[in-house]
Ligand binder design. Structure first.
Ligand SMILES: Cc1cc2nc3c(=O)[nH]c(=O)nc-3n(C[C@H](O)[C@H](O)[C@H](O)COP(=O)(O)OP(=O)(O)OC[C@H]3O[C@@H](n4cnc5c(N)ncnc54)[C@H](O)[C@@H]3O)c2cc1C
Length: 308
């Protein structure tokens, strides 16, 4: 029986794993990959201690830190996806992975982060990576001198548009409401560009193309007319979705399926389960915050385990 199962290998999970090893808790860290969401970033400039670091280098360092402390009490179960988490009658927990392996422990820390909200219209899945993309910093340069559209009018959408304006021929932003969620300063900065087109109160209805994307059909919500934007690239910035399916029905989630966690100690609604980072209802989504909250959870888990 393990003391602890950590589910996730992003900054929150790695920080918790390092602390768990140092505290000699018998722990298994289960993660599909080590690194987390910003692994695709070309330059992270706010990871404290590194003025600028590539996301893949940060992931390499995370892995090196885990490797340095593994063995002993910390076991790494990598390239495994947890598909269910259950509380047993004796109060312990059982995590089951996609390949059928079961892990038991007295406590669980959920640090499974979040993924991008997908564009849910016909053609979007078919043309993913054939014009439909979820990462401007990764794929933006592929669309040099082409017409592209950004779906989403929040800060992420406008910042993506700003990045794309550096190489694309034209950039459109399509937003479902009249008002933007993005900060007015950012909206003004983007709107000042000549090759930007802002389409408000409109909803994507279909991605069209042959081998690659050739356009985005959308509904003009003022007139109900279906119109088509001829574009080669569709950058989706429609928010994030927490990776919490396996915990649904066990711990309390908020309206958008993030795990509710007490910000003092990262406890969830179920005794014995903690959560930290982007899978929780934490207000701010940052590497440093995820790592810090992972450590906070671990400190509390350690005291809890020693008392139980
Ligand atoms: C493109 C991009 C750039 C970013 N740039 C920055 C930046 O410059 N600075 C900054 O501070 N923040 C940045 N962020 C935000 C930052 O990456 C997140 O806030 C942070 O990664 C959250 O960490 P986390 O540990 O909570 O979760 P994540 O990083 O999402 O990690 C989740 C982990 O859980 C694993 N996992 C998920 N589901 C399961 C499962 N069912 N079973 C097993 N394992 C699972 C994943 O494989 C992963 O290891 C960026 C985000 C993105 C998308």
């Amino acid at each position: 029986m393990n003391d602890l199962i950590i589910i996730g290998g992003g900054p929150a999970g790695v920080a918790a794993g390092v602390y768990a090893a140092r505290k000699r808790l018998k722990t298994v860290l289960i993660a599909e990959e080590v690194g987390g969401q910003s692994v695709v970033s070309e330059g992270i400039e706010n990871w404290i201690g590194s003025p600028k670091i590539h996301g893949s280098e940060l992931a390499r360092l995370f892995r090196a830190h885990l490797d340095a402390v593994k063995g002993g009490t910390l076991e790494l179960a990598l390239h495994e996806r947890v598909i269910s988490l259950a509380k047993k009658d004796d109060g312990t927990f059982l995590a089951t992975t996609k390949n059928g392996t079961e892990y038991a422990a007295r406590a669980v820390l959920v640090v499974s982060g979040a993924g991008r909200r997908k564009l849910d219209v016909p053609g979007a899945a078919k043309f993913e990576n054939k014009g439909v993309t979820y990462c401007a910093s990764c794929d933006g340069p592929l669309f040099a001198d082409m017409d592209v559209v950004v779906v989403g009018g929040g800060n992420a959408g406008f910042e993506t548009a700003l990045q794309l304006l550096a190489y694309a021929k034209s950039v459109a932003i399509i937003h479902r409401h009249q008002e933007f969620k993005a900060d007015p300063v950012t909206v003004e900065k983007v709107a000042a560009h000549q090759n930007i087109r802002i389409i408000r109160h409109a909803e994507p209805v279909e991605v069209v193309g042959e081998q690659f994307v050739t356009g985005l059909k959308y509904k003009n919500k003022d007139t109900d007319a279906i119109e088509e934007l001829p574009v080669s690239g569709i950058f989706v910035e429609a928010g994030v979705m927490p990776n919490t399916d396996f915990a649904e029905g066990l711990v309390e989630l908020d309206a958008v399926k993030r795990i509710k966690a007490d910000p003092h100690n990262q406890r969830t609604s179920i005794e014995g389960i903690w959560a930290a980072g982007d899978c929780t209802d934490e207000l701010y989504h940052q590497n440093n915050i995820a790592a810090g909250d992972g450590v906070k959870a671990l400190e509390d888990i350690y005291l809890w385990i020693k008392k139980h």
